[in-house]
Design a protein around this ligand. Sequence first.
Ligand SMILES: Cc1ncc(COP(=O)(O)O)c(C=O)c1O
Length: 376
Amino acid sequence: MTTTATSPLTEPNPLGARVFNFSAGPAVLPEEVLETARQDLWNIGGSGVGVLEHSHRGPVISRILEEAEADCRALAGIGEDHAVLFLQGGASLQFAMVPMSFLGADQTADYLDTGSWTNKAITEAKQLGTVNVAFDGSRSSYDHVPGDDELALSDGAAYSYYCDNNTISGTEFPRPPATGSPLVCDASSNIFSRPLDVSRHVLIFAGAQKNLGPAGCTLVIIRKDFLERTRDGLPSMLDYRQHAEKGSRLNTPPVFAIYVMGLVFKWIRRQGGVEALATLNREKARIVYDAIDDSGGFYRPVARADSRSNMNVTFRSPSEALDEKFVEKAKERDLVGLKGHRSVGGLRASIYNAFPRAGCEALASFMREFAAKDRD
Ligand SMILES: Cc1ncc(COP(=O)(O)O)c(C=O)c1O
């Protein structure tokens, strides 16, 4: 008997129609990337074999890995001082690998707590060593990122840790914090949305599923002299040094996620690089923030004005019931994924690199209409 594989997504929106997807992650990908991936799934580069079916040590995948690394380096101006790694375990494994590798028994690490994701990182680090919470954003409901004068840093910290863009509360650092100790950054939700000064960091990591590609791969950019400080005796798969020595092929790497990430890097280069995207991202975010600010108080922003994220715009309507109605009515207009994170509620528009400007315009006009007509 022949069975036909069907996707749960084939109904009621069959091939062809796409909507504006504001999902916080996994999130929208550039359509040209999806088109290329669709072809390469069947047969990549005339090899007669699909990208998912090639050996990770063969020439096709070797080239994909080399090009992905080279394009990543070109995009972010990463020199030979830093290694570029493609790892697994999500951004969440980095919460543990960082302290496991670099927080010695007699040391302290400074953490800037700006939201749920840093909070999780702090919980992991506390299991492994001494943590100084240099900024406690929970006291102001995570509505802003700290200025340098708000930091209570420790002397001689092993490293300081921050999250550049807080996906849930919708806050973003205007620039990296000045901490004085080696700087570690979770850039999962804004990497390559704007220039990032790699030279100021010893380690930057990003789960792929927002700005870079599908879930399953974590990009790690790590300064080589810092890498050498990795604690000895760690299990191989948790040892940055071993991953670097083996060129991210210590075991079978997440080949498909790296392949798509490589396509996304090339797409970013074709858009004019991260500088061009930064301008576009500012404009896109402005369109949505204007709809909030011009609503006469109907929509309330979650983030303080000086900390607003260009990637995740968070806001609330006058009531939870109206938030729900907003999400439902928006869906009727093909605007999906606008519900806030389950831990905080409210509304959230995630507008990563691949999210089109037209979608921000459609959302802003829907917001104006909803505020005028559907307020009760
Ligand atoms: C800023 C940030 N860090 C870490 C994570 C956790 O990522 P993962 O699910 O890949 O572990 C997320 C997920 O949304 C995030 O937004």
